[in-house]
Design a protein around this ligand. Sequence first.
Ligand code: PLP
Length: 374
Amino acid sequence: MIPYSRQSIDEDDIKAVIEALKSDYLTGGQRVKEFEKALAEYLDIKYVCVMNSATSALHIAYKTIDLKEDDEIITTPITFAATANAALMCGAKPIFCDVKTNGNINEEKVEELINSKTKAIIPVDFGGNPVNINTIRKLCNKHKLYLIEDCAHALGSEIDGKKVGTQADIAVFSFHAIKPITTCGEGGAIATNNKELYEKAKLLRSHGIVKKQVWNSDMIELGYNYRLSDVASALGISQLKKLDLFIEKRATIANFYNKEFKNNPYFFPIQLPLHVKSSYHLYPILLDRSLWCAKEDIFKELQAKGIGLQVHYKPTYQFSYYKKLFGEMKLHNAEEFYKAELSIPCHQEMSLEDARFVAHTLLEVLAKYKRCKT
Ligand SMILES: *Cc1c(COP(=O)(O)O)cnc(C)c1O
């Protein structure tokens, strides 16, 4: 099976982890700080605080802006559940804004959702394709809102040569196994240029406890244990060195697909504007609407042929937990995106041979399916 995404671990990575395992500190040591420094340099953002997942990082990001009961955030439903869940963890209400045909939040539709309860806007760079951050930044400035960017897909993505995350008050990254780089399967980080938010995040990451003198400490906030270990950070340091190479390899696969799929009658790849660089975390395709009714069969048949697929994402508001809380809702483009989207294999462990197999099999399978009425 060629999975839609997967990690790459080489001998250097393994060596780095073994070294960390043999060292004095498995957690709370220098490797955590070293990883944070390397990330900050890579992103060109002043402060980085690594955590045990992006879900923890989102929770902490929302806590650092003091998100609480009766507050609202505006986010996209085309994302992993954690983006909105972390707001619920704070007692706040996620308001879902519709997306564009590329799966990113429709920045033109955000403003009409802003009210006196709104505290932050949380866009997601879907698949690694950067959102229109300039417009969202201006909107946040105008209405005095925080901009927290869920960059879980987008470590290494760029707009106009600048890394994604630099315009946000807080950018959140994921090091889950299948994300752009990994830290032993789970991991995450926040990045910010705001010292105050950074200090608060660091405090909340580790129980809200500050050291005083000798053995004496004080707990000044109700915090968590969301720390990332030194062993995980060792892998992160080693992986980060290869991130640009990973992206290059994924770009090669994506460019190959783009050529193969040009003008095909079955689906549309997502077009990237010239001024952006994607991390190519995903290669999403959008089926023509005449094939939506056959998507389940297409998915199963491709899987049986050894092609691992995924659908990103079921709109968050469709989860029964959300329906129970907020009732039924439907956003037109999010609904259509969910019906059309398939993520096909695109990762740094694939050869061009693999990509050719995926492309040809996909086109061959799709040709067999009857078009449905739309
Ligand atoms: C993966 C992901 C998360 C959660 O990341 P974890 O590190 O698994 O907690 C959050 N948001 C988005 C958009 C994601 O893809």
